[in-house]
Design a protein around this ligand. Structure first.
Ligand code: A3P
Length: 292
């Protein structure tokens, strides 16, 4: 199959063809946004399901106490991907959403600073590494022969989410139009407790010290991997489909796995492109687990 078989291009942005809600896409601008809505916005493979779990734990006491066994995909469903046929409008406030949309396609209500957005970004070498393994695992993404061919696709933006550079730059350069907080995957990895506090402050939520501890504990890689509400096992098996049993959504969950996957030449080539494209974007990137 060629790339076009997997991708649906709508207004210059690539969506996964089989899961995207095409009716919603046509009417995205008018999708009704409420003041209490919260959006997790990411480029794929940047920490979406992690943030779904964290916000579900912050917002829903039953989730924190494990008295309601709802999966995070249903508590913070994707806006544009109809994975579970969730009826958005019948959900009580506050509504959490997840999305990979670029800044220019989101509902107008968000542009009017209604609702809050948490944008999670990750160093793009790890994004690309995670994306490569994920694409080779799930059936709805195009498998690549090797890292070299995936790298070409990634740098050409011929993947779900289009070009990584466009996504992050678009959101960053238009940040003033939105009520948005930028947080990196690496900050979460290095000090999850501080990030949860940062989220709470931005969202106007107060958690007791005990509840904060519970959120942090249930959102660790190890605990999420074992938590059927948060590990996406069921969704991949039943809704999305996998090519083999070797993969896992919660694959490595580290900073710097790109070093095990990139050749020196690939890394140097990536650095040159990164420096050129990102020179005006002051966001901090962490490429190595030992970096401060
Ligand atoms: P890896 O493939 O590098 O392991 P997304 O949810 O946006 O698709 O991102 C998936 C990536 O986030 C995967 O990266 C996954 O392991 C990582 N991830 C998910 N939950 C995590 C957690 N609690 N801690 C660290 N990484 C996590």
């Amino acid at each position: 199959m060629d790339t076009d078989t997997y991708l649906l291009n709508f207004k210059g942005f690539n969506f996964e063809r089989t899961l995207v809600d095409k009716d919603l896409l046509e009417n995205l601008e008018d999708f009704e946004i409420r003041d209490d809505d919260v959006f997790i916005i990411t480029y794929p493979k940047s920490g979406t399901i992690w943030t779904q779990q964290i916000l579900s734990l912050i917002y829903f006491e039953e989730h924190r106490k494990q008295t309601r066994m709802m999966e995070t995909i249903d508590l913070a469903p994707f806006l544009e991907y109809n994975i579970r046929n969730m009826d958005f409008l019948r959900r009580p406030d506050p509504r959490l959403f997840s999305s990979h949309l670029p800044y220019y396609l989101v509902p107008n209500g968000l542009k009017n600073k209604k609702a809050k957005i948490i944008y999670i970004y990750r160093n793009p070498k790890d994004v690309m590494t995670s994306f490569f393994h994920f694409s080779n695992w799930v059936v709805v993404f195009e498998a690549s022969k090797n890292m070299e061919s995936f790298m070409q696709q990634f740098l050409d933006g011929k993947v779900v989410g289009s070009l990584w550079f466009d996504h992050i730059k678009g959101w960053y350069e238009h940040r003033h139009k939105f009520n948005i907080l930028f947080v990196s995957y690496e900050e979460m990895k290095k000090d999850l407790r501080s990030v949860v506090q940062k989220f709470c402050k931005f969202l106007g939520k107060e958690l007791s010290e005990d509840d904060l501890d519970t959120v942090v504990k249930q959102a660790t890689f190890k605990n999420m991997k074992a938590d059927s509400r948060a590990n996406y096992d069921d969704i991949i098996t039943n809704e999305i489909g996998k090519r083999n049993n070797y993969g896992q959504f919660l694959r490595k969950g580290t900073i710097g796995d790109w070093k095990n996957n990139f050749t020196v030449q690939q890394s140097e080539r990536f650095d040159i492109i990164f420096q050129k494209k990102m020179k005006d974007i002051p966001l901090k990137f962490i490429w190595d687990i030992n970096e401060e």
